[in-house]
Design a protein. Structure first.
Length: 262
């Protein structure tokens, strides 16, 4: 699972705050231009200063507010494996952890330092394994672009982000998050690269974006995002990619069954 021909092995050469987004994205673009991304990694940069501490505080709030599915549960293990599989095409310098939230709303979000949360509802929302991979890859895009570096987050116990006027705010429980359309599109671009590198259908990112609800908690239907993805994916071959694995089908079947019982 660990790529062998990395573009960089600078795990210990941490970049200053704010440079990670450019650096990481630049490496992914460089990887594509060199034709290496499909076979290797986009580089390693570690975390931004304060990112781990911020993520730790957020993690505590999430654990207080939401029940997580046990990490030993087959569905949780599948999400972890899928996340790590996609992440190997991004950056091995991040301590990735993927958690499954017992919530039926189709959501996924990340809090920095490689912590990604996926709801059970995201599994049932996804109509294929590629779509579930797209949902997770978008969160990896936020992490890889450095959207959780200290310049974007307040350091206090209070809510995260001070949204400029063009942003809109969403919330899950007491946790508020500002959605910046430019960052959403950047995360989508990285996600599309990751999906293609991993063998999933990159068009799944657009399929997911089109089906998102107009009202909800996180990642709403946004025409700007859809137009951006349409332009981006015009350069990709028609739909293809990995078929659904037996594990995905089984996990989805189990979650769907539980959903009907609640
Ligand atoms: Zn997003």
């Amino acid at each position: 699972m660990i790529p062998t021909n990395r573009l960089s092995s600078s795990r210990n050469s941490r970049k200053p705050v704010c440079s990670r987004a450019v650096s990481r994205r630049g490496l992914i673009v460089a990887g594509l231009m060199l034709g290496l991304l499909g076979a290797g990694s986009a580089g390693a940069y570690g975390l931004c200063p304060g990112e781990m501490e911020n993520a730790g505080r957020m993690q505590q709030r999430i654990l207080r507010e939401w029940p997580l599915r046990s990490s030993s549960d087959p569905a949780s293990r599948f999400i972890q494996q899928l996340g790590v599989f996609l992440a190997q095409y991004g950056d091995e310098g991040i301590p990735w952890r993927f958690s499954l939230v017992r919530n039926l709303a189709p959501n996924a979000f990340s809090i920095g330092a490689g912590n990604v949360f996926v709801t059970e509802g995201a599994i049932t929302f996804a109509q294929s394994e590629s779509e579930l991979a797209a949902i997770i890859a978008h969160e990896l895009g936020h992490e890889l672009a450095g959207h959780f570096c200290a310049d974007s987050y307040s350091r206090g116990e209070g809510d995260i982000f001070m949204p400029p006027s063009e942003h809109y705010e969403v919330g899950v429980g007491s946790i508020r998050q500002s959605i910046d359309p430019a960052k959403e599109q950047q995360a989508d671009r990285i996600a599309v690269s990751l999906l293609q590198a991993a063998g999933y259908d990159p068009h799944a990112m657009l399929q997911v974006a089109r089906r998102l609800p107009a009202g909800g908690e996180v990642h709403l239907h946004d025409p700007r995002r859809i137009h951006s993805l349409e332009r981006l994916l015009a350069g990709y071959p028609p739909a293809g990619g990995l078929p659904d694995s037996l594990t995905f089908k089984e996990v989805r079947r189990v979650i769907m069954g539980e959903t009907h019982q609640r």
